[in-house]
Write a protein that binds this ligand. Structure first.
Ligand SMILES: C[S@@+](CC[C@H](N)C(=O)[O-])C[C@H]1O[C@@H](n2cnc3c(N)ncnc32)[C@H](O)[C@@H]1O
Length: 319
């Protein structure tokens, strides 16, 4: 632990003698400093960026299966319903032949659902293992498919010049990116006039700052474990021995970089970048947000599902 902390902290405290055991308060302040440095919106610490990308690379290569993943029959069978009626709140009919980009596609569960809805899918991720997993799940699908390996921070350089999408879907990704600000800008710039953006982001409301520091400490501790056996044991212990939560717990404890956002901040960012009709689609402390570039097409208004009372789909799964 000391070694990892020292390595992470060295850019901040080049000349600082970190006598970790001597002072609990000092350790807590160091954790806070480290947390703040890592969660900077414009750029995290290089080591934290690389570490976070690496954990997802491992996850999509070795730990793809889990609750609410495509290995989960209930999720797979309901994915179109979840996307349309519980997440983005746009009717099924809208998706056919639309150009959709899944930014940070991971294991491909949303790309799979979007393709099932008939959309042409461009799947993007920083990890090769994620793109490979997404290619595998889209193998049978006959919609137009494209796969782009890139950090979102450099997205537009890797797409054909001027390429824009009817929908840019980015679920659980921007809060893990090296630069939240730059990745968001790039993602937002790829939406067509009248097109939609859909984001899922960690909300500050869900976990307050102090509890988040504790979670962060656990992440640091997890990352000091040397072998997969030790790590697996740690993750299984976190869910009282329930092995079916291994994927989720890895997602929760392995990446060091997990920003939490206020909805007002996200709304302002979208509006400053030309988005209107900014709507929180799910009644949850996490942020599920849909918005439209410049002005909604009149025909699309008919396609919207009203966000009346829409609790998170995991609380009431079936139709
Ligand atoms: C929590 S996973 C979400 C995956 C998928 N959207 C889902 O909901 O199943 C985050 C994904 O973002 C990718 N990612 C992290 N940082 C990225 C970046 N800077 N650019 C592109 N992808 C990134 C990771 O490789 C990982 O696949």
């Amino acid at each position: 632990m000391k070694k990892l902390l020292k390595k992470l902290l060295s850019p901040i405290f080049r000349s600082y003698d970190i006598r970790l055991e001597q002072n609990k308060q000092e350790i807590n302040s160091l954790y806070k400093l480290l947390y703040n440095q890592i969660h900077d919106f414009d750029q995290t610490m290089p080591l934290a960026a690389a570490q976070t990308v690496g954990t997802f690379g491992f996850q999509w290569a070795e730990l793809k299966e889990g609750e609410h993943m495509l290995s989960d029959r209930r999720f797979k069978d309901n994915v179109e319903y979840i996307i349309t009626e519980r997440e983005i709140l746009i009717k099924k009919e809208w998706f056919k032949s639309k150009d959709v980009m899944d930014c940070g596609c991971g294991g491909g569960r949303w790309s799979y659902g979007l393709a099932k809805l008939g959309a042409n899918v461009t799947a993007v991720d920083i990890n090769e293992s994620a793109l490979q997993a997404t290619k595998d799940v889209l193998k049978e699908s006959d919609v137009r498919k494209q796969f782009v390996l890139t950090p979102l921070e450099q997205l537009t350089q890797q797409l054909p010049e001027g390429k824009k999408f009817d929908l840019v879907w980015c679920w659980g990704v921007l809060h893990h990116c090296n630069s939240f600000t730059e990745a968001s800008k790039q993602v937002m710039s790829c939406v067509k006039e009248g097109g939609f953006i859909y984001l899922y982001l960690y909300g500050r409301e869900t976990v307050d700052y102090e509890s988040d520091i504790n979670l962060f400490k656990n992440r640091v501790i997890y990352n000091t474990l040397q072998t997969w056996e030790e790590k697996e044991k740690f993750l299984i212990n976190k869910s009282n021995g329930d092995k079916s939560k291994l994927h989720q717990n890895h997602d929760m404890f392995a990446p060091l970089l997990n920003r939490r956002l206020e909805f007002d901040y996200v709304k302002k960012m979208l509006e400053e970048n030309g988005f209107t009709d900014v709507v929180r689609t799910v009644n949850d402390s996490e942020i599920y947000v849909r918005a439209v570039k410049t002005k909604m097409n009149p025909a699309d208004k008919e396609m919207l599902i009203k966000p009346e009372y829409n609790p998170h789909w995991t609380t009431k799964f079936e139709k």
